[in-house]
Design a protein around this ligand. Structure first.
Ligand SMILES: [Zn+2]
Ligand SMILES: [Zn+2]
Length: 252
């Protein structure tokens, strides 16, 4: 009975999120960033604001996706760090207006932003030959307590778009977040590592055995979340792990 109630609750939540997304697409509102009315060909934010996104297309760190000056392969942050993942790609720098878009998606229930942002992420996936060799796509999971509070996982919404664009299998239930971690925003690198230690577990190892995995997340700050999850996947039998994120935060 409890299972039925949970399924019904999840179904209702999905319907409400779909309704919200549909209404926003049918009745385009104002640009949430500059408050100009959206034109018929603009979705979610106006093109003026959209063009201000600082995308990372060339000359970036091969480990953490931070933009680099020409002739450099890794950034100062990555020197001496041996990540569990092979490579991360980020769509853009975590700066205005992408910061606001991610904030709306993550904290303001503007889940329709996952459509446009997910398409951008999907296109980046298709453009990267290394990432494209991956077998499965796995979003960073939320702990059940956070999931209950927020009602949805923004990384899963993004991963669904990447999966449908790339036709790669989405495995959203293979990794669980077993530890209710503190918010990472005020923690330094060492505190983040301690906070996330043993935070994930693999549920069905056969589904990732000898597979190449791409983890989807919204923001890469110090890489602690991605690194811990990649370590869990490698321990669980994955062949290799990559990261694909919307934004690379550069303040640390
Ligand atoms: Zn605007
Ligand atoms: Zn780096």
């Amino acid at each position: 009975m409890r299972m039925k109630q949970r399924l019904l609750k999840n179904f209702r939540r999905e319907i409400s999120l779909m309704k919200e997304s549909f209404l926003h697409l049918v009745f385009p509102p104002f640009c949430p960033l500059c408050e100009t009315e959206l034109k018929h060909n603009e979705q979610l934010i106006c093109e003026n604001c959209f063009l201000k996104i600082n995308t990372i297309e060339s000359h970036f760190c091969t480990q953490c996706a931070a933009p680099l000056k020409k002739n450099r392969k890794t950034c100062d942050f990555c020197k001496g760090i041996d990540f569990n993942f092979s490579k991360v790609r980020a769509f853009a720098v975590f700066a205005t207006p992408l910061v606001e878009m991610i904030h709306l998606l993550k904290y303001e229930r503007k889940t329709h932003h996952a459509i446009r942002l997910g398409i951008l992420l999907g296109n980046l996936f298709l453009s990267d030959a290394e990432l494209f060799t991956a077998d499965v796509i796995i979003p960073v999971p939320l702990h059940r307590t956070r999931m209950r509070e927020r009602g949805y996982n923004q990384s899963l919404l993004l991963a669904r778009m990447v999966s449908s664009i790339s036709h790669k299998e989405l495995c959203s239930d293979v990794v669980l977040r077993t530890k209710a971690t503190k918010s990472q925003t005020t923690l330094n690198h060492g505190e983040r590592e301690k906070n996330l230690k043993n935070a994930f577990c693999v549920t069905v190892a056969e589904r990732i055995k000898d597979k190449s995995v791409v983890i989807i997340d919204d923001v890469f700050t110090t890489g602690t979340t991605l690194n811990e999850m990649a370590g869990t996947l490698i321990d669980g039998g994955a062949h290799s792990v990559y990261g694909l994120v919307l934004a690379r935060a550069l303040s640390t």
